[in-house]
Design a protein around this ligand. Sequence first.
Ligand SMILES: [Zn+2]
Length: 175
Amino acid sequence: MTEQEIRAVLAVAMAYDNRKPGEATVAAWAEAAHRGRWAFTDAVEAVHAHFAESTAWLMPGHVTQRLRAMRSGPAAMAELLALPAGQPTAPERVRSIVDAVAGRMGWVRAVADPAALGVLDQACPHCHAGPGRPCTREIARGRRRGELVALAAPHPSRSRDLAAAHTSTGPEWTP
Ligand SMILES: [Zn+2]
């Protein structure tokens, strides 16, 4: 699973128990996901299943156990969704699944959608567009050389920083 997928799984857990996963949590879960051979959609389903039935604080081991049980069952979630198990999922696919989860829970679109997160509320580390300003690029050639043009989508690093900020809120997690 990709780091983005790990964050999405943690975001689902966060919706249930208000945990504040930081970078160390993401790294630890990524390690557990690797060892337990998690697949993204199955892991999301396992988190939902856990909270539907258990009051225990969700640990990666709970997810691994549920995935094992699911794999020995009739049809794994990945098969139902026609996804290759164990393969990294396309970012768009991750987003659509998180959106579906959000809709199902009547919850925030906030976790995976940069627009909903307010990407433009902070300065861009790449092009240094200020808060509230769109990202820009400089025209390299021709008569308008040196002019700045606004981009339709913010630079990826702008939303990546923001996503990081949203998953590491406690001061103990600041590097
Ligand atoms: Zn930018």
